[in-house]
Design a protein around this ligand. Structure first.
Ligand SMILES: Nc1ncnc2c1ncn2[C@@H]1O[C@H](COP(=O)(O)OP(=O)(O)OP(=O)(O)O)[C@@H](O)[C@H]1O
Ligand SMILES: [Mg+2]
Length: 518
């Protein structure tokens, strides 16, 4: 018998004649964690969809050996029956079903007679979430009640509930905070100790380095190398991924910070379901022309609520004023905000960022269609020109602008959302987790772009859970904790420890002029 649990040999897969995988070989032993690394569009998710039979046997070339024997899975049910469980990059939860129903989807526990055994499912769901250290979650409530980070953890619980021999995690941590990631990595280590193998895909390479035993790098659908982690470090992974050395991950474009441009005054947001609970509690701050303001904090701290309220996209009741150039502006809806000069790239691109049925190009020009319309007609040539500019500027990897946006790799969808918002030429740009799921090379491009925009006088607000990123690109950093402003720092000699300490410290007394403090 083979010592390998899994061998994938010479895997090839094409979409409409365009190759996505060009002969990839990977092997995994029981209890081994393989890091699968590569730039956006390299083919990681596609390879894992081949393995989990999202693309059934016969729709790709090559061979899969499972326990040394050929595996010909025709459906996800087949691959799950073999013990292959995948957590997809894009969440697959059903928003209107309860947390417990989602966790047990397709594997419902029933009573004799066939009725659903809700008490048993609730009990088990709670236990799974407790193992993941998810605080105060009501498993009977619909999933839609919970934000991105929670949903990610629910998705993980759902996978852990199945008896996996090989667990595939495709970007599981992009919506998680440091401490949640630590818990997840701990869970993976326990599974490894029990002999469960895993494939871990993440653009957060420090996580990959922390948990993986081996690293397989693919580039443009080709296998570059598989190396023991003991012989690797993050820099070498990056070099293999991008095919060249990258010494500086955070380019700083020189940009001058000017006078106050934007002010948020006394922003308060109430919980959608519990109108007495404040998610954001009286936060005020100002932002200068050309300033990049990072917003750090733990998941659930109220960062997304705060910025969506500024942009008129917060679904619940909220209060406060938004000022631009010394005048109060109407930001009650996203459209009004865009007209006033604000723009936001949302955190959850699947729900708020893209229109799945439209093409890449149509998605990019969605917010500025009026620029190309003359009376009732749209100047398609002009529109296409604009789209092609953006595709080039963002290094967006797509065969043509006419592909459905959902066929792009995760990171490239994110770039398309960014391109769409930049076309509106905002004066204040709000980015909520702008580099989630984006590869190192593309992150570099996004930071450069942010610096260049700041150089043109655009004020930028960036919410990010990656403290290194916050410190790498911001001029100033606000720290939010439990809906309150806990820190306001000029980014000079600032450390991750200081930001973390602020996140759990008592709230800052807000001065009425909300100037920045060091
Ligand atoms: N359904 C599809 N139709 C057409 N092209 C596709 C489809 N799915 C994937 N592709 C293409 O295959 C290539 C590999 O995509 P894949 O999603 O596997 O990349 P990835 O390595 O997972 O990237 P990321 O890090 O951004 O998630 C990309 O060029 C993508 O556009
Ligand atoms: Mg992917």
């Amino acid at each position: 018998m083979s010592t390998y649990l899994l061998e994938m040999k010479g895997i090839v897969k094409a979409f409409a004649g365009v190759p996505a995988l060009n002969g990839i070989d990977i092997r995994i032993r029981p209890g081994e964690c393989l890091g699968l690394c590569g730039e956006n569009g390299a083919g990681k998710s596609t390879l894992m969809k081949v393995l989990s039979a999202v693309y059934p046997h016969g729709t790709w070339g090559g061979e899969i050996l499972w326990d040394g024997k050929p595996l010909e899975a025709h459906s996800i049910q087949d691959s799950e029956a073999a013990g292959i469980v995948i957590i997809h990059q894009e969440l697959t939860l059903v928003p209107d079903l309860s947390v417990a129903e989602n966790i047990f989807m397709g594997h419902e526990l029933t009573l004799p007679g066939g009725r659903m055994n809700y008490p048993a499912m609730f009990h088990r769901a709670e236990a799974l979430l407790r193992d993941l250290k998810v605080p105060d979650i009501n498993v009977a409530l619909p999933v839609s009640q919970y934000g991105g980070g929670y949903q990610q953890l629910i998705e993980i619980a759902k996978a852990l509930n199945k008896q996996a021999r090989l667990l595939i995690l495709d970007e599981p941590s992009s919506a998680l905070t440091r401490s949640e990631i630590e818990v997840l990595l701990g869970v993976l280590r326990d599974l490894k100790a029990k002999g469960v193998a895993c494939v871990y895909i993440s653009h957060k390479l420090d996580e990959v380095a922390a948990v993986c035993d081996t690293i397989a790098v693919i580039r443009d659908g080709k296998h570059i190398a598989t190396t023991a982690m003991a012989d690797m470090d993050v820099n070498r992974i990056i070099t293999q991924m991008v095919g060249r050395e990258m010494s500086n991950l955070f380019p700083r474009e020189p940009h001058a910070v000017g006078e106050v441009l934007f002010e948020a005054r006394h922003i308060t947001c109430y919980d959608v379901d519990n109108p007495r609970r404040k998610r954001v509690d009286d936060i005020s701050f100002s932002l200068r022309r050309g300033e990049i303001l990072g917003i750090a904090g733990l998941v659930g701290a109220g960062r997304t609520e705060l910025v969506s309220a500024l942009f008129g996209a917060y679904p619940g009741r909220h209060e406060g004023e938004v000022w631009l150039d010394g005048q109060q502006i109407d930001t009650r809806t996203p459209l009004k905000s865009i007209r006033a000069g604000l723009c936001m790239v949302p955190e959850d691109r699947k729900r708020h960022g893209i229109i799945p049925d439209l093409g890449v190009g149509q998605n990019i020009t969605l917010a500025v269609l009026e620029n190309f319309s003359h009376l009732t007609r749209i100047n398609a040539e002009q529109e296409l020109g604009s789209v092609q500019n953006e595709i080039q500027r963002m290094h967006l990897k797509t065969a043509t602008p006419f592909l459905p946006i959902t066929s792009l790799s995760g990171g490239n969808q994110q770039k398309a959302v960014l391109a769409k918002m930049l076309l509106t030429q905002p004066r204040v740009l709000i980015l909520d987790e702008p580099t989630r799921g984006v590869d190192v090379g593309a992150k570099y491009e996004i930071y450069k772009l942010m610096g260049a925009l700041a150089g043109q006088g655009v004020a930028i607000i960036m919410v990010s859970s990656e403290l290194a990123e916050v410190l790498g690109v911001s001029d100033r950093v606000l720290v939010i904790g439990e809906g309150q402003l806990r820190g306001d720092f000029i980014n000079q000699n600032l450390t991750q420890e200081q930001l973390l300490a602020a996140a759990i410290s008592p709230p800052l007394a807000q001065d009425p002029h909300h100037g920045s403090r060091a």
